[in-house]
Design a protein around this ligand. Sequence first.
Ligand code: HEC
Length: 197
Amino acid sequence: MRKVIITVVLTLAAVAAFFYFAIVRQGFSVRTKPSEIEEFLIEQARNLATPPADKNMKNPHAETPQGMAQAREHWVDHCAVCHGLDGKGQTDIGRNQYPPVPDMTKEDTQEMTDGQIYSTIVNGVRFSGMPAWGNEHTAEQSWRLVSFIRHLPKLTPDELKQMQPMAAGKQGEHQHQAGEQVPHTHTHPPGTPPRKH
Ligand code: HEC
């Protein structure tokens, strides 16, 4: 019982500190980085919000060259705009939103279970820019993306090269809107897909 009370008091203190630092001190601007306490609270909330059954789901699709090729194409079309071709999140949109996109090659993402990654893709992340893809993708497509995310820390320069022309819209069979303009060049950090304006 004492333990429960202490946990509740500590949680309330953390929430109060969060509101003080995150909102009173910093306002609602997204131009600051989330504080550690904020990241901690968000992670706890996310863990609590992921049903254990989702967490323990196993990827039903073995990694195959075709599956990975399909996942690369999806990644380029739907994810790279925020997460970058290499998953490091160094894109204009990804790093300037709040919370910023994580570097997916790092432990924080790689330590998530396959089921957690899958359910993040399907359901999105509330109060962040991460959309839910459950209505756009089949379950197989989302699982293929889980395999691709697992592969990100080992992404080879050759694979990155293969993805660049897809990002420039020269390949791939996805439909794009009529009237889309040919991409033009600016300087962007490495790993950023050339974008259309
Ligand atoms: C509009 C920008 C945007 C797009 C497009 C986007 N994401 Fe995200 N994604 C985010 C943000 C922001 C976060 C961080 C949320 C957070 O901090 O809780 C995120 C987080 C994630 C995470 C959790 C990683 C972690 O360590 O917490 C996964 C997995 C993910 N995205 C996969 C994808 C996939 C796969 C796609 C494409 C199908 C995609 N995202 C498209 C913005 C985006």
